[in-house]
Design a protein around this ligand. Structure first.
Ligand code: ADP
Ligand code: ADP
Length: 226
């Protein structure tokens, strides 16, 4: 089974009102295990809406979202939440780390919430931090880290519970170009090292070119590049 399969996804806001906006108008997307897909879209095209639907944070008006062969259409909120907690990792443009906790704790906490023992969670967090080159910053709070370091910690947190699907919305969009390039490289290494499927939204065509293929979202539809 593909990790993610979207078929015929439609989504409108403000149904029946003068300001109705048909954001998604029949989106199909299949992402196989180990595949990294760049999602390129002009601002306002519906990129966040699409990522939220794929990550079960929002429901489409029609169409199906299937994750690891499990059709989530019409499933209860608790089933969807369980799949999201267990199977999906999110990365946002801004890291949203918890400011009162250290880098390590930010990666440990979601594991504890998932029933992992403290020691095992800490070992996993340290390993992940090591993979992105910030292990020596494990005991610092976010405010003591650079923007690039904070975002690397956020990558680790997204992968803490070993999701099968990673969804990222402009994951390096808030960093200066040089930092963005290096931090993005760390993300690519991390994702390739785990073999999970990823959809990574970016405006940056050079970053998009480093992924396996690119899809463009325009006028409510996806067009597939190489
Ligand atoms: P992107 O992430 O590509 O910038 P979004 O998915 O955030 O786009 O939004 C797509 C369009 O839908 C925009 O025109 C936006 O204003 C509109 N939109 C997004 N969320 C809502 C909402 N909750 N209610 C009404 N309109 C919305
Ligand atoms: P964090 O970035 O630390 O994960 P969030 O508040 O963004 O913090 O996410 C906390 C939980 O809420 C996550 O489990 C995620 O699945 C969910 N979540 C994230 N973004 C949204 C959203 N836009 N709407 C609803 N739930 C969300």
């Amino acid at each position: 089974n593909p990790t993610l399969q979207l078929t015929g996804i439609t989504k409108a806001y403000n149904h029946g009102k003068p300001n109705e906006v048909n954001v998604l108008q029949g989106v199909d997307l299949t992402v196989e295990k180990g595949e990294i897909v760049a999602l390129v879209a002009p601002s306002g095209a519906g990129k966040s809406t699409l990522l939220h639907i794929a990550g079960l944070l929002d429901t489409p008006d029609s169409g199906t979202v299937t994750i690891n062969g499990d059709d989530m259409t019409g499933k209860s909120d608790s089933r969807r939440t369980a799949m999201r907690r267990d199977g999906v990792g999110f990365i946002y443009q801004f890291h949203h780390l918890l400011p009162e906790f250290t880098a390590l704790e930010n990666i440990v906490l979601p594991q504890l919430a998932n029933g992992i023992a403290q020691k095992e969670a800490e070992a996993r967090a340290l390993e992940l931090l090591g993979n992105v080159g910030v292990a020596e910053r494990a005991d610092h709070r976010p405010a003591a880290l650079s923007g690039g370091e904070q975002q690397r910690v956020a990558f680790c947190r997204a992968l803490a519970n070993r999701p099968t699907l990673l969804l990222a919305d402009e994951p390096t969009g808030n960093l200066d170009p040089g930092t963005s390039d290096r931090v993005f490289g760390a993300l690519m290494d991390l994702v390739r090292g785990t073999g999970l499927a990823a959809v990574i939204a970016t405006h940056n065509l050079e970053l998009a070119a480093r992924m396996d293929r690119t899809v463009h979202l325009t006028a409510g539809k996806l067009t597939h590049g190489e």
